[in-house]
Design a protein around this ligand. Structure first.
Ligand SMILES: [Cu+2]
Length: 111
């Protein structure tokens, strides 16, 4: 099925040993003008979900430009899936003192 293969490559699933396995979702809670946890360790291919519990809007912007969220109002969620291992420091563009880091380690079998 060429179409399915193309879709898998587009999603970076080619690097995941078993593409049929559901992606792991990890959550960063935004509350009190802070990202919790401030440092989140994930595996390549994981999905990171940001949930804003504040009454104030926030955003999630990678310092490298690797990802940029839309504006998150109260109780809004935004997810990003990262397939490339590395350190991803990010901040809130509305409150630049709000900072966090996502550390992405290689999935098993990628070494
Ligand atoms: Cu903010």
């Amino acid at each position: 099925m060429p179409a399915a293969v193309a879709a898998a490559v587009l999603l970076g699933a080619a690097a995941v040993p078993n593409a049929a396995t559901a992606t792991t979702v990890q959550t960063v809670e935004i509350s009190g003008f802070a990202f919790n946890p401030a440092v989140l360790n994930v595996t390549a291919g994981d999905t990171i979900r940001f949930v804003n519990h504040d009454q104030e809007a926030h955003t999630v912007v990678a310092q490298s430009g690797a990802f940029t969220s839309s504006g998150l109002d109260t109780n809004d969620q935004w997810t990003v899936r990262i397939t490339k291992p590395g350190k991803y420091p990010y901040f809130c563009s509305l409150h630049p003192y709000m900072k966090g880091t996502i550390v992405v380690r290689a999935a098993r079998g990628m070494h």
